[in-house]
Ligand binder design. Structure first.
Ligand code: BTN
Length: 311
């Protein structure tokens, strides 16, 4: 059942509702209605309490309740103003047996990137980790990373930023000078047995309403590209798109192809087995890059990819 707090918000969104009528409609006590209204005000919702009853006036720009309100995906959102790493917190929740929870933060003080790198995550970004318990084999897990890249790229384009995906999961924006700047990074972590994933944490770092000067070299932000976004709406769009894709994993690779910047380019991929250089010609489920090299076709399932200038 929908949380009572959401039902309070739904009820007062379309006009004033007197407290007693609200209590009747939601089948709770008047004291409970009052408690929910106060909690929502504390969370930043502006609610009028005039003679006609309670009326929702405005929704906060960010936060757990704000993102959950009107979200068309079955995620609970745990919000933190500041936290070391949303991925670390999601892993704790995984240990507690939770699923379909999103840990969201305004700022991270110990953000983690791929390959043990640090991830700069100042206040104003969208730093989130989605905890899932999918019934798939571990080998399929890269598809969730691709899904996160697709979801974020779609949301960025809706916000007027012409983003594209570099294999496997960097969301980039052209810098107008033949190069590209990084808008989003994704760090997927998981635990499982040979045949079955136990949990997956998909960590998405979106440089949203932050100055590019506060990020590492080579990074950009939504603010720098097209001005500040409404982070509540942006986060909802990412979660909704991600939910659609994870519900139909076969749809991920075709969607990724449509948004990819890597296909058709010369690439150098640093893989655990050595360097692969050639033209990236396709991607196969769950995220394998197909590269035409001088020595024939090579399939790469993991590695660091660099776009090379055409020869
Ligand atoms: C990369 O190296 O490109 C991946 C960066 C992933 C950063 C995100 S921010 C939210 C989540 N929490 C973390 O500590 N890391 C990921």
């Amino acid at each position: 059942m929908q949380k009572t707090r959401h039902r309070v918000l739904d009820a007062i969104a379309d006009g004033p509702v007197p407290g007693p009528a609200l209590a009747d409609r939601l089948d709770v006590s008047r004291a409970a209605v009052w408690k929910h209204i106060e909690a929502l005000r504390d969370a930043g919702f502006s609610i009028d309490g005039g003679d006609d009853g309670y009326e929702l006036v405005s929704i906060p720009e960010f936060g757990g309740e704000a993102v959950e309100f009107g979200l068309d995906a079955p995620f609970e959102v745990e919000y933190h103003d500041t936290i070391p790493s949303t991925n670390d917190r999601a892993r704790e929740l995984a240990d507690e047996g939770r699923e379909d929870v999103v840990v969201l933060a305004d700022e991270q003080t110990g953000g983690r990137g791929r390959l043990d790198r640090a991830w700069t995550a100042p206040s104003g970004g969208i730093w989130l980790s989605i905890l899932l318990r999918p019934t798939v084999p571990p080998a399929d897990a890269p598809a969730f990373t691709l899904a996160a890249a697709v979801a974020t790229t779609r949301a960025a384009r809706e916000a007027g930023v012409d983003a594209a995906i570099k294999w496997p999961n960097d969301v980039l924006v052209a810098d107008g000078d033949g190069g590209q700047r990084k808008l989003t990074g994704i760090l997927t972590e998981m635990e499982g047995e040979a045949d079955r994933v136990s949990w997956v944490v998909v960590g998405i770092g979106i440089n949203a309403n932050v100055d590019a000067a506060d990020l590492v070299d080579g990074a950009t932000s939504l603010r720098a590209e097209n001005g500040d976004v409404n982070r509540r709406v942006f986060t909802q769009r990412v979660l909704e798109e991600f939910h659609e894709l994870r519900s139909n994993l076969d749809s991920v690779v075709p969607a990724w192809r449509d948004l990819a910047d890597t296909l058709g380019r010369r690439v150098r991929v640093d893989t655990p087995g050595g360097e692969v250089v050639g033209e990236a010609v396709d991607i196969e489920f769950p995220g394998t890059l197909v590269v035409e090299t001088d020595d024939g076709t090579v399939r790469v399932s993991a590695g660091d990819c660099e776009h090379l200038r055409p020869v």
